[in-house]
Design a protein around this ligand. Structure first.
Ligand code: NAG
Length: 362
């Protein structure tokens, strides 16, 4: 192969697989086809102020896609506002991720994992009611594949997923030639067992990298570094939004433990929303669910306080725990839950964590 044909092959692979390049998806431009990594950026100021919504739809790039990791490199939308009728804090401008998350305010550096069923389309909808020219976002979507054995009904191939993409306006018709004509068929580049076929097989099977990036089931966030800072959504700007429930998982081995330093914690307690002070367990979540009781908390299983190891709470709330240190044993998960009510003191949390070798058993 000479240079030109190598370059053509590179371009073709790039177009089809998008594994080696950064595919950019435009607002309200229909469905993006079969791209492993996709970058999303807010339209420029003039264009943006003319939009009341901005939708992105992403089809899985292969039949084995089971999760999408969304990195909010930048996400700055209007702050939530108090609805005078309902007396609830609401996102006016927001990003809706599937039916699961509604996010507003400042969330630079956050990420989310979205589980997908076989062939399911990822939907991201920005609602821009205020038409603020200050709104800005820059997201990276990474589609992650599960090994076939991890997928439900792995023998059932959905023909819709394998069907050729329909013509997408603006995309070169070359896309329509793929993959059957060029890569497949009796005589295509990828036919038989030759090196090209093997290359394509490799590109199609989940990479090691994917396996390492996959979040355990039920984790909305997944931290894989041994140390880091975890903050609540919209932290440092204003209040967190009501009715938010999600789980944060951290990668660790069975013989590890995690040390958390509470840099900031301000969540309301069950009875007296604005009463200051330390909140543990029953202060945070009452045993019997009662309508109207406030209940915001961080749930950290298997944890104890470093300065008083006899104290082994599971729920943490209030605003008296700043600068405290905790140790948690597996499973390494934090569950955040906010109720429907909001008070001025509900500013969220910031934790610094370190995964370390397990110390003596207490
Ligand atoms: C405020 O809340 C009411 C009642 O829940 C709802 O009908 C209305 O649409 C909300 N207003 C705004 C501006 O969102």
């Amino acid at each position: 192969m000479n240079c030109t044909s190598l370059y053509v092959v590179y371009l073709v692979l790039c177009l089809y697989f998008c594994r080696f390049c950064h595919c950019q998806l435009q607002c309200n431009s229909g469905r993006a086809q079969r791209q492993k990594r996709i970058a999303i950026q807010s339209p420029s100021g003039v264009q943006l102020s003319g939009l009341d919504h901005c939708q992105y739809e992403v089809t899985p790039w292969s039949n084995q896609v089971c999760q999408v990791r969304i990195d909010f490199v930048r996400l700055e939308l209007e702050q939530p506002q108090l609805n005078a009728t309902s007396q609830m804090l609401e996102c006016v401008d927001f990003l809706q991720v599937q039916q699961r998350f509604r996010i507003c305010g400042k969330n630079n550096g956050q990420h989310l994992y979205v589980p997908l069923q076989r062939g399911q389309v990822l939907q991201l909808l920005f609602t821009l009611a205020t038409r603020s020219p200050q709104s800005v976002w820059q997201l990276t979507l990474t589609q992650l594949e599960c090994p076939d054995s991890m997928l439900p009904s792995s023998r059932e191939m959905d023909p819709a997923v394998f069907a050729m993409p329909v013509q997408v306006s603006g995309l070169p018709s070359l896309q329509n030639l793929l993959p059957r004509t060029i890569f497949g068929g009796q005589s295509g580049i990828g036919s038989g067992n030759g090196p090209a076929a093997q290359l394509i097989q490799t590109l199609r099977s989940p990479s090691r990298n994917d396996l390492e990036m996959l979040a355990p089931l039920g984790c909305d966030q997944y931290w894989q570094t041994t140390t880091g800072k975890i903050v609540s959504f919209n932290f440092g700007s204003d209040n967190y939004v009501p009715n938010m429930k999600y789980s944060i998982c951290i990668k660790g081995m069975a013989n590890n433990e995690i040390s958390y330093t509470i840099d900031h914690l301000s969540l309301s307690k069950t009875n007296n929303i604005d009463v200051a002070g330390v909140g543990y367990d029953a202060d945070c979540q009452s045993l019997v669910s009662t309508v109207g009781h406030s209940s915001d908390y961080l749930l950290i299983p298997n944890s104890y306080m470093v300065n008083n190891a006899a104290l082994r709470p599971t729920y943490y709330c209030g605003n008296g725990l700043t600068a405290e240190k905790l140790i948690a044993r597996p499973p390494f998960v934090i569950y955040f839950s906010s109720d429907a009510q909001t008070s001025a003191s509900e500013t969220g949390f910031q934790l610094t964590y370190t995964v370390q070798q397990r110390q003596v058993e207490l």
